[in-house]
Design a protein around this ligand. Structure first.
Ligand code: NAD
Length: 282
């Protein structure tokens, strides 16, 4: 199945990036959000991103314009009726996503594939709300979407081989490298990455080294492009805590308990780059 007409729900950080990469390879994109202002925000982010690529001579102005022309926006889910694949990329809330997935299924064709970009919710649990759960799959993009190469394809218990294979081709069409993952809290990358960052917070909390030395240690000793605490500040400490809590709850294993210092910083509103202060100051 050739997936060429793509619906994207949510024009935020991830949705606007997903819409952009799909449009840039000539797919037809329908971008949905709850308000015209949210859609305008998403479009402005895409324009700024494409303009930066023009300035760096990575694309020409004609390519920028052609990409933007592939995207139509709406606040009405009914326009999704002609799509082959709909990717849900709205706020991370189980109740909201369950409601939106039902809403999507009401308007799309019977063979449309529905995907979610959730970071922490169970694909199997989300699929269970649908009439055609075999046509549902997790598509976990990484931030910033136009830059990051990886796409985790997460199969729920119900996902069919046909759905998986159609989405695998789609991933390659948009220039991403897919990896196959079974549904479990944190999937693969966050399951490994987030506890590693949490451990760096324990090291800081125990006074074993300064934040800068911890980051230098992992950059210079392990060749990481960025230290774990600087990365935590980029991700946002509230997001980091939420993922750690989802791992803790999902596995019921104390090895995933969030570090006290992480909880304290979130409680104090020190959320990283977005608030000007986290493990480092900005
Ligand atoms: P965001 O807050 O930037 O954007 C969410 C968008 O969803 C907003 O524009 C909001 O208006 C819209 N929205 C809310 N309710 C809606 C509805 N009923 N219908 C249509 N649109 C609605 O969030 P984000 O960072 O883009 O995250 C989106 C999803 O992607 C989440 O599930 C998150 O876990 C996942 N994710 C995020 C990252 C990241 O680094 N930010 C990485 C991978 C996956």
């Amino acid at each position: 199945m050739n997936l060429r007409r793509i619906g994207v729900i949510g024009a935020g950080t991830m949705g606007s990036g997903i819409a952009q990469v799909c449009a840039s390879v000539g797919l037809h994109v329908t971008l949905i959000d709850i308000s015209e202002s949210a859609l305008a925000f998403g479009l402005a982010a895409m324009k700024e991103n494409l303009q930066r690529q023009v300035r760096r001579n990575k694309i020409c102005e004609a390519t920028r314009d052609a990409t933007l022309k592939q995207i139509r926006t709406s606040i009405d889910y009914a326009v999704l009726s002609d799509t082959d694949l709909v990717i849900e990329a709205t706020t991370e809330s189980l109740d909201l996503k369950l409601r939106i997935l039902r809403q999507i299924e009401e308007v799309v064709l019977a063979d449309t594939i529905i995907a979610t970009n959730t970071s922490s919710l169970s694909i199997t649990q989300l699929a269970a709300v649908l009439k055609r759960p075999e046509r549902f799959i997790g598509l976990h993009f990484f931030n910033p979407v136009p830059v990051m190469q990886l796409l985790e394809l997460i199969r729920g218990l119900q996902t069919s081989n046909q759905t998986h294979s159609a989405v695998d081709s789609f991933a390659r069409t948009i220039g991403k490298t897919p990896i196959d993952v079974q549904n479990a809290p944190g999937f693969v990358v966050n399951r490994i990455l987030i506890p590693m960052i949490n451990e760096a917070v324990f090291v800081l909390q125990e006074g074993l080294a300064t934040a800068q030395d911890i980051d230098n240690g992992m950059q210079l000793g392990c060749n990481h492009p960025i230290g774990p605490l600087a990365l935590a500040d980029m991700i946002g400490l509230d997001t980091l805590l939420a993922i750690m809590q989802a791992l803790h709850e999902g596995f019921g294993d104390p090895k995933y308990r969030p570090a006290r210092l992480l909880k304290d910083l979130v409680a104090a509103g020190h959320l990283g780059r977005k608030s000007g202060r986290g493990f480092h100051s900005y």
